[in-house]
Design a protein around this ligand. Structure first.
Ligand SMILES: Cc1cc2nc3c(=O)[nH]c(=O)nc-3n(C[C@H](O)[C@H](O)[C@H](O)COP(=O)(O)OP(=O)(O)OC[C@H]3O[C@@H](n4cnc5c(N)ncnc54)[C@H](O)[C@@H]3O)c2cc1C
Length: 414
């Protein structure tokens, strides 16, 4: 069986490795960029996805590069602690959570693809422009007029997927919620023990900050990833959807000028970044089906979601593992695509909707609504029980409840 993968991002590379692991060795990856660039800033890989990467023998590489996140803490815009919880191994998972540079994660996957499948399987500068299905095969067309014929085409081509648009021509541009994100990485001193991810503020004016580099940690320093999210005034145009769109640092600092906390000086953090990138917070409505015969969607092509709850890359990795497993075990490609759709579309659709409701970070909004001027005792604003329920509910929705994950059988075919 020959699998054509359109898009060599995290989803496409994870799929190639998963297929190989499942014994399906005929795989071709077509990536539109002129090289597999290690772009982006920080990203989180949650324990359910780290489990899959561990089963693909990539745990050591992740541990060499990323930070095994030990704690997640939410603060108000005044730096008052609202909630904290252990994460990864500290939370009782059998697998860690990693905060890592997106480029480093992509590099780990890409190098493994080259070693295991061969460099000749990755076709760079190959932008998919169209495809057709007939007589039990799929023909993919590329911008340079080349073609590739296979048994299945998997669209891992991100939020602007050409394949998704072919099946849903009326869908239009992604849905923007009015929030601009500024992103960057800054070298600095470790904060809160060096393995904590924090969020401060509330939806519409919120900072997300976490360290991402093991090498810096080993040197007693921290490479700190940050995302500053701010709701634009009504009527403002949507920022460009270009992950590499760099802007002036002052733009990002202004809404967060007062975020100077005992443990972290946010304006100084932003000012120290090598570059500041701007991107809109966008997603798309879930689709009624990803089941298009010998063609299907994966990762952001299938379920682009707001970056809430650290799920974008993790869900793409899980999609890859489930699809590879179904392709190895089902009697036909159509049956495999159908089983993959049934297994992955409902839970990822639920995450898209949950992330529109601000996911697990809802507790920060509740505190802002009830105590905008700060609080003397947190209990008077929100109960421990309410906080615990918000955290538990999102873990269940996103499939990383520790007990469920620890007990679930492996997705490996071996
Ligand atoms: C350059 C870049 C930087 C990013 N930076 C961050 C970040 O800092 N933080 C964060 O949370 N998320 C970031 N993301 C998004 C994040 O990687 C995804 O949400 C998540 O990992 C899901 O991965 P994916 O493989 O489904 O999609 P993506 O990561 O978007 O990968 C899609 C891939 O398909 C390729 N492609 C697109 N169209 C075609 C085509 N027609 N033919 C062939 N190939 C095509 C793209 O070049 C890309 O390599 C970034 C994405 C990109 C592309």
């Amino acid at each position: 069986m020959k699998c054509i993968i359109a898009g060599g991002g995290i989803g496409g590379m994870a799929l190639a490795l998963s297929l190989h692991d499942a014994g399906l060795r005929e795989v071709e990856i077509h990536e539109s960029a002129p090289s597999v660039n290690e772009l982006g800033v920080g990203i989180n890989v949650l324990p359910h996805a780290v489990r899959e990467l561990t089963e693909l023998d990539l745990l050591d590489a992740l541990a060499e590069s990323g930070i095994p996140t030990a704690e997640l803490a939410y603060y108000s815009k005044r730096g008052q602690r609202i909630w904290s919880e252990p994460r990864g191994l500290a939370a009782g998972y059998r697998w860690p959570q990693f905060s890592i540079h997106r480029g480093a994660l992509l590099g780990i996957l890409h190098r493994a693809v080259m070693q295991r499948l061969g460099a000749e399987r990755v076709h760079i500068g190959h932008r998919l422009t169209g495809f057709g299905q007939e007589n039990g095969s799929v023909l993919a067309h590329f911008a340079d007029e080349s073609r590739d014929e296979g048994d299945i085409l998997v669209a891992c081509d991100g939020i602007h997927s050409v394949v998704r648009r072919a099946f849903h021509p009326g869908e239009g541009p992604p849905h923007w919620n009015g929030i601009t994100m500024w992103r960057g990485v800054t070298e600095g001193r470790p904060f809160l023990g060096g393995r904590t991810m924090i969020m401060a503020g509330h939806f519409g004016r919120r900072m997300v900050v976490y360290p991402i580099s093991r090498r810096h940690e080993d040197e007693g320093r921290a490479l700190i990833n940050w995302v500053a999210e701010f709701r634009n005034a009504p009527g403002q145009p949507m920022p460009r959807q270009d992950w590499e769109h760099a802007v002036r640092v002052e733009e990002a600092i202004e809404p967060f000028a007062s975020f100077v906390f005992e443990f972290l000086d946010v304006p100084a953090l932003i000012r120290g970044a090598r570059a500041v990138y701007q991107y809109p917070m966008v997603d798309r409505d879930p689709l009624p089906s990803w089941n298009f015969g010998r063609v299907t969607l994966l990762g952001d092509a299938a379920h682009p979601m707001f970056p809430v709850g650290s799920n974008g890359a993790s869900q793409a990795i899980i999609d890859a593992r489930v699809l590879a497993r179904e392709l190895a075990l089902q009697p036909s490609i159509e049956a495999a695509v159908s089983a993959y759709d049934a297994a992955r579309r409902p839970p990822t659709s639920a995450i898209v909707w949950a992330n529109r409701q601000v996911g697990p970070e809802r507790c920060m909004d509740i505190v802002e609504e009830r105590a905008p001027a700060g609080f003397a005792t947190l209990d008077e604003v929100i109960s421990r029980q309410e906080l615990e329920e918000i955290s538990r509910a999102y873990k269940r929705t996103a499939g990383f409840d520790p007990e469920v994950l620890n007990r679930r059988p492996s997705l490996s075919v071996r």
